[in-house]
Ligand binder design. Structure first.
Ligand code: 9W4
Length: 415
């Protein structure tokens, strides 16, 4: 059996989801058409450790159309969509993934993907790269390169490179402008509001909505909340970002003040203990608290539990904490990422660009003999993907005239 999934009977349901995603990923589908004709991955074995989602399935099938022989497992024991995994298996992909894998199952599945001796690895979190370098070094000889999807993975790969330990080239897909400019702001922005609404169905308009952290994610969440009529308050530690928030039209203040005003709180800082005991104590009755930032560490849940005399799950993804003095606070998705636990993560249209970068990065690795380093996505790929996305959106843009190009390139003109 060339797959191991929860229930192959879910394939039909998964196929409907994949088709839906494909319909919303026009850039990747355009690349698929090219790959179908040109077969740039003919005979290339590609091993994936990526969240097994409907969007990932569209990427997998795009590479397969380009001639690749794909094997895939997840990159988080909780994120696999079992129906999608079944549909991929049903279509001939070697899939080893199911939701709620144990730690042992997770690493066994990583190794099953590696048993196919990949020429290219595609990671979100660098588990394939690490396992190959630590435990499966015999595979290094077959490998042309790897692609990494996230910041965390890239940080660790760069540390490996610095120590002289990285043995094959890896493309930093996260660094592409068509990825990180868009997925945090528009993907996390929308899906965070989506998660809050699916969990609670509260009215956003007129509420005091506190966004903690004004990076790309914070900007996205604040803008969407504002667009729905909320009174947005931003908390920040970085003066430049705080100033940006002020000039974008939001109220900015320390959390010690914001905690007294907020009715909905979202943490998106990337740091720990953003909301903690002193803040819970001051919050209004019925405040809703959610995290869309780093794992489940931004909200100090143990301090909330210390203050509480009672805790009760009252709806999916909503826990009601009754504090000792009688006040209630609602925590969403146990402080985990609300956009993933209570909604569906980035919409397919956003993943379209991230995964178009993945597909182009694989082609780039095969066409170029690269040294064992971490490489940014070349500017031309970024521009091509942005251009394709614009075209699929029906948006035309100007081109410089010859004279304009000359003017910009000249140091003699212009003063
Ligand atoms: N998903 C995830 C992780 C943990 C988790 C217990 C029930 C990230 C990026 C993409 O991490 C991801 N824990 C859950 S649900 C859940 C989901 N629990 C905890 O209680 C629920 C994840 C990338 N991505 C998109 O954003 C859209 N398509 C994609 O491929 C996917 C998943």
């Amino acid at each position: 059996m060339d797959y191991d999934v929860k229930d192959i009977g879910l394939a039909e349901k998964g196929r409907l989801k994949i088709d839906w995603a494909a319909d919303h990923m026009p850039v990747l589908m355009e690349i698929r058409e090219r790959f179908k004709k040109e077969k740039p991955l003919d005979g290339v074995r590609v091993g994936f450790a990526l969240h097994v989602t409907k969007e990932t399935a569209v990427l997998v099938e795009t590479l397969a159309e380009g001639g690749a022989d794909v094997s895939i497992t997840g990159c988080n024991p909780l994120s696999t969509q079992d129906d999608v995994a079944a549909a991929l298996a049903d279509n001939g992909t070697k899939v080893y993934a199911w939701r709620s894998e144990t730690r042992e199952e997770y690493y066994r599945n990583i190794n099953r993907v590696l048993d196919y001796k990949p020429n290219i690895t595609i990671d979100d979190g660098a588990d394939l790269v690490f396992t190959i370098h630590k435990e499966r070094r015999e595979l290094l000889g077959n490998i042309r390169g790897g692609c990494e999807e996230t910041t965390t993975g890239v940080i660790r790969l760069k540390a490996m490179e610095k120590d002289g330990k990285l043995r094959y080239p890896v493309m930093d897909v996260n660094n592409a402008m068509t990825k990180h400019f868009f997925d945090n702001r528009y993907g996390t922005g929308q899906s965070t509001i989506d998660g809050i609404l699916r969990a609670t169905n509260v009215l956003i308009t007129g509420k005091n909505f506190v966004v903690s952290g004004y990076g790309f994610c914070g900007k996205g969440v604040a803008r969407r909340a504002w667009g729905m009529g909320a009174n947005v308050i931003v908390t920040e530690v970085d003066p430049v970002k705080a100033l940006e928030a002020v000039m974008d039209g939001y109220r900015v203040m320390p959390m010690d003040e914001a905690c007294r005003l907020g009715e909905i709180f979202v943490t998106v800082t990337g740091d720990i203990n953003v909301l903690r005991g002193r803040h819970f104590r001051e919050m209004k009755k019925g405040a809703i608290v959610a995290n869309s930032g780093h794992f489940n560490v931004e909200i100090n849940i143990s301090e909330l539990e210390e203050l509480a005399k009672e805790k009760k799950t009252i709806r999916d993804n909503v826990e009601k904490y009754t504090l000792r003095e009688g006040k209630t606070i609602y925590l969403l998705a146990e402080g985990r990422l609300v956009n993933l636990a209570a909604a569906e993560g980035h919409p397919s249209e956003v993943m379209d660009m991230s995964f178009a970068n993945q597909a182009m990065a694989v082609k780039h690795l095969l066409e170029n003999e690269l040294e064992a380093r971490v490489y940014p996505i070349p500017r031309e790929i970024d521009e091509e993907i942005a251009g394709l996305k614009l075209r699929t959106l029906g948006v035309d843009v100007d081109e410089l005239t010859g004279r304009q190009r000359e003017y910009l390139g000249s140091w003699e003109e212009g003063t």
